[in-house]
Design a binder for this molecule. Structure first.
Ligand code: NAP
Length: 277
């Protein structure tokens, strides 16, 4: 079994992107909008600032009070949309309940939508047009590329249909000519489907859900899951159970989780280059 080493790839990409940024005429800017002080969001924002800064990107963090109105957030986003010095804008999710997430996310100009979550962007992605791929899906695709895993004609099965991970992966894999099946909580005979996968991507948020009887011999298995129990992180795939059966496997931690933030930075550089044209 080949271990897909997200940590190693992330470190390689940091060096590559730092080099790329150093050659640009000006410094790319990413602006993160956060509302409130939700613990996990604080942690994710801190990671984005750390990784972005380490490759030479200017990361601006706007942290609104919990009780800010929707109009105020949208006004700020519109101001940032029109600010030539801002290349990428992302709204840290989740937002407090009184704010309409869909309306706020879609206020971001699709040209600066480095998280890839606006409806316009998702449409472009599914249409095979130039688009910003949502960061975790982009990270998964990068792993396939770096490990020379062929996708054309292969049966790729995605477990999970979230807007952040499962759905964008449908478009990404189709764009690479894979044959794609998507499963979710209502799927019947799930194991029969997963056992037919050449490539199995699991993003459901259930610790050790996938065991060896659910995977085909020599399948490529990508574990997106992050399940925290007593401060420890567990994947959606039971690593020990499947490791001797598959051809490639991502660990948790140090697998896909390492790819999401660096992929965001890739999108920021892409936005900078598109806006410089
Ligand atoms: P989500 O929004 O919670 O969606 C979960 C999906 O899994 C849904 O489509 C759900 O089906 C499906 N599902 C749940 N139980 C299932 C079952 N027993 N059998 C088949 N499908 C089932 O999930 P998400 O945001 O995509 O996150 C999924 C996991 O990935 C979580 O552990 C999350 O922490 C992790 N994650 C990791 C990263 C990273 O950077 N590595 C990024 C994002 C998420 P229904 O649609 O029918 O409800």
């Amino acid at each position: 079994m080949i271990l897909i080493d997200g940590k190693k790839i992330q470190e390689e990409m940091i060096i590559e992107l730092r080099e790329e940024v150093s050659k640009l005429k000006t410094i790319p800017n990413l602006t993160i909008i956060q509302v409130g002080n939700y613990g996990p969001s604080n942690k994710y924002v801190a990671q984005k600032i750390k990784v972005g800064t380490s490759i030479g990107i200017d990361v601006n963090h706007i942290n609104f009070d919990d009780n800010i109105s929707e109009e105020e957030v949208i006004n700020k986003i519109e101001e940032l949309n029109n600010d030539k010095n801002v290349n990428g804008i992302m709204v840290q999710l989740p937002l407090p309940n009184h704010l309409n997430e869909d309306r706020i996310v879609n206020a971001v100009s699709h040209k600066k939508d480095v998280d890839g979550l606006t409806t316009t962007n998702i449409g472009n992605l599914f249409d095979g047009k130039n688009a910003y791929t949502p960061c975790t899906a982009l990270g998964v695709m990068e792993l396939f590329k770096r490990y020379n895993i062929p996708l054309k004609g292969k049966h790729a099965v995605i477990l999970g249909r979230s807007k952040l991970v499962g759905k964008p992966l449908i478009a990404c894999l189709l764009n690479e000519n894979a044959t794609v099946t998507v499963c979710h909580s209502k799927t019947e005979n799930l194991s029969d489907i997963t056992r037919s996968a050449d490539i199995l991507i699991v993003a459901i948020g259930k610790k050790y859900f996938v065991k060896s009887d659910m995977v085909k011999d020599n399948a490529v298995v990508i574990d997106v899951g992050i399940n925290v129990e007593d401060g420890k992180i567990y994947g959606d795939v039971d690593f020990e159970s499947v490791k001797d059966k598959v051809s490639h496997l991502t660990p948790v931690p140090n697998g896909v989780g390492r790819m999401t933030v660096i992929s965001l930075m890739k999108n920021v550089i892409k936005a900078y280059l598109e806006q410089s044209k």
